[in-house]
Design a protein around this ligand. Structure first.
Ligand SMILES: C[C@@](CO)(OP(=O)(O)O)[C@H](O)COP(=O)(O)OP(=O)(O)OC[C@H]1O[C@@H](n2ccc(N)nc2=O)[C@H](O)[C@@H]1O
Ligand SMILES: Nc1ncnc2c1ncn2[C@@H]1O[C@H](COP(=O)(O)OP(=O)(O)O)[C@@H](O)[C@H]1O
Length: 285
């Protein structure tokens, strides 16, 4: 039996610099892994079965299934497997949950089926699975460019506690595509803020809070009119600065002090809001 963790991610800074001819967008982003993670258990079996403990989760919609198909097509393998997911990362939340599960699936099937694919080959297949998937072969703190699949590992962002609020907003499939499509030219920027963020990290300097930019902010408020209400609830719970992760809708705050983070998470739960308390995580070995 093989057990792998699939960590979530938050975007500390995210700039969209333009629309590409292939329908994707050029981005620069500082992506940070956190220890909120799904768990995948792989066991040998004659046929392929993939299941999860989360209501509403559908194997046929998950990148875990797509990862199996892509590896079978690429290597001709006809092995089966029994894969069981313990889902802790809320789906379609801006935390990269299914992307991370997809990366863990590529790693898990490669080992279970003895395919002998290198990390670089798996990352290349991961890039075809989704723009966020290659990050999960790197983990820690990284600068993502291109459509998000080109990664440069960075010096770790200082260890922090992360409070995450998953607002109870209606999120349909294709949320990420919809947010990207709703961006306007005035939302685009030149990526220099993200480059400066990466430079400060590499020289070990503090990053001022105003550098935690996310291009999707305006589009998120447009798509989810109630969005501002939940950000305000987060502030009322005690957070001084609240950031959007990826294309959302999850919001997060960062804290050096555990008791402060723990109190804010508890205040959110008392308001009946779904919150998570996590820690920034280092690079994957
Ligand atoms: C927005 C980000 C920021 O980290 O994260 P999430 O909010 O999804 O977690 C990522 O760019 C999400 O990456 P991922 O969710 O893998 O996107 P993909 O599956 O590759 O693409 C889904 C759709 O989003 C749009 N897309 C995605 C990436 C990109 N650089 N430009 C795009 O325009 C395309 O319409 C694409 O068809
Ligand atoms: N009900 C579902 N069951 C399994 N996978 C899903 C479901 N709905 C969406 N997905 C998959 O989740 C991915 C997007 O969600 P995720 O990566 O968790 O969030 P985000 O991209 O917002 O960080 C897509 O690959 C989509 O196919």
């Amino acid at each position: 039996m093989l057990k792998l963790l699939a960590p979530a991610k938050i975007n500390l800074c995210l700039e969209v610099t333009g629309r590409r001819s292939d329908g994707y967008h050029e981005i620069k982003s500082i992506i940070q892994a956190i220890d909120l993670a799904d768990e995948l258990v792989f066991e040998p079996a004659d046929t392929l079965s993939i299941s999860a403990d989360a209501p509403g989760w559908r194997a046929e919609r998950s990148l875990v299934s797509k990862a199996a198909r892509m590896l079978q097509e690429r290597t001709g393998t006809s092995f089966g497997a029994r894969v069981r997911l313990t889902k802790r990362i809320p789906l379609v939340s801006g935390l990269g949950g299914d992307s991370s599960d997809g990366a863990a699936a590529l790693k898990g099937f490669n080992r279970l089926w003895h395919l002998g694919l290198s990390e670089a080959e798996l990352m290349e297949i991961g890039a075809a699975l989704g723009s966020d998937v290659p990050f999960f072969f790197c983990g820690g703190t990284a600068l993502a460019e291109g459509r998000g699949e080109l990664l440069a590992p960075l010096r770790p962002y200082p260890g922090s506690w992360v409070v995450i609020l998953m607002p109870p907003l209606r999120v349909e499939g294709g949320k990420t595509a919809r947010l990207y499509a709703s961006l306007r030219p005035e939302d685009f920027s030149d990526g220099s803020l993200t480059e400066e963020f990466a430079r400060l990290l590499m020289e070990g300097s503090a990053v001022p809070p105003e550098m935690f930019h996310n291009t999707f902010e305006r589009a998120a408020f447009e798509l989810w009119p109630d969005f501002g209400r939940y950000r305000w609830r987060f502030i009322e719970a005690g957070a001084t600065r609240v950031f959007l992760s990826g294309a959302g809708p999850s919001l997060f705050s960062l804290h050096a002090d555990y008791s402060e983070a723990e109190r804010i998470a508890a205040n959110l739960e008392e308001q009946g809001l779904k919150s998570f308390l996590a820690r920034t995580a280092g690079h994957l070995e």
